[in-house]
Design a protein around this ligand. Sequence first.
Ligand code: AMP
Ligand code: MG
Length: 490
Amino acid sequence: MTNRHTNEADWHFDNTYIDLPSSFFSMIDPVPVRSPELTILNEDLAASLGLDDEVLQSDEGIAVFAGNNVPEGTKPLAQAYAGHQFGHFTMLGDGRAVLIGEHITPSGERLDIQLKGSGRTPYSRGGDGRATLGPMLREYIISEAMHALGIPTTRGLAVVTTGEIVLREKELPGAILTRVADSHIRVGTFQYAANMGKDEDLKNLADYTIERHFSALKDENQPYLALLKDVVDRQASLIAKWQLVGFIHGVMNTDNMTISGETIDYGPCAFMDTYDPATVFSSIDTQGRYAYGNQPPIGGWNLARFAESLLPLLHDDQEEAVKLAQDVVSDYPKRVEQYWLNGMRAKLGLFHEEKEDKSLIQDLLRLMKEQGADFTNTFRAITFDQLEDTDLQDASDFKQWYEQWQVRRNRQKESADDAQQLMKKSNPAVIPRNHRVEEALEAAVERGDYSVMTQLLEVLSKPYAHTPDQEAYTTPPPPSDRPYRTFCGT
Ligand code: AMP
Ligand code: MG
């Protein structure tokens, strides 16, 4: 049995999700674990949540992260949802996660606190409901890096080991990640509602979502159409941001796309080193459905599924509803491109739009692809005008491109200094390079040495600092004949 204790860490839980129709969730406590130990606590995040980090590190705090103790007043539940996984529709739900509740921060924000790896739920299907240490630390590292890069994301508050063994391809230490999110409402949650067949339930979910994330839309003439528009816009902005730093999500199933516009579910994700739109890391993505270059169009595909699920709310007449939805979704490619172009301009130190910008950008990317240039380091090198540090030096047409870029820059009234400032804050020096992440995970998981990870996290927390101590973290991985591979369901 999970204990219900006092609440010394100063959690302020207030659960509104349980006010939705009961088909949207199952009330369930996390399954207690044998002997939890804290491996990492996100002190900055704890502070912004108004939590006492000393208590969080005590046995009582750890018991909450482990699911052995739920703070008084919470009503834990597993959420139901559906999803298109690699294009195929399935009914899903939290198979290894429990939403402890919504915590209200001192500044009045409402944030989901979820335990991932907390045991079986009614949605576990064949799974054991558990997670292992390596992948939970990996999610922690990469989501923190994303946050520091300025990309909306769920975050990790803590990772605890459970003292239990989890059987995967071999025996691995079990772990639980405490995940913090604006919410865990997904495109798949709407698909679930639409497939349950009751328009009333769907309306309830849409109203709840608007209240929670888009409260300004309540008074719109057509609030559900406005919801669709805003979700399309947030996803366009988010996916453009991924493209601009070379982040590859790896499993953009509709159950892994949030309505709040946060990046979620760091399973097989990884950052691209060498620029190539076809880059795929996930071992199961054999068709390249979720390759780097496919992320923007897949975002559109997922949003079309979201729009479909909203149809009954958009208009009584099905044809009219489809027309309204199509109008909004067909706007997405333009939006994502606009966000991306604006971001690429900033990466090149350009303040205003000019017609030829897209071809200037595409020419650079073409050169990078031809030369197998490192994505992050190319932009970093040109930020500091260190052309000798690019992999493009030998390309005959790079000089020509560079001159075109200079001419373009000289046409703007902003100074070269201002342009460099813009580039410095748009081009990270460090990303979580795969070999660095692996090195940190190996030290932690194999040897119980967390110092490598702590150091990596420190460097990743200031990606735009461009300080000398970051240098060692900017090196691409050594060439290897085996491509880097990531795995789902770990
Ligand atoms: P993901 O690929 O992490 O988005 O997971 C897809 C679905 O599988 C979600 O419903 C998860 O909760 C569920 N799932 C993943 N791993 C497990 C596990 N070990 N036990 C039970 N359910 C799982
Ligand atoms: Mg998922």
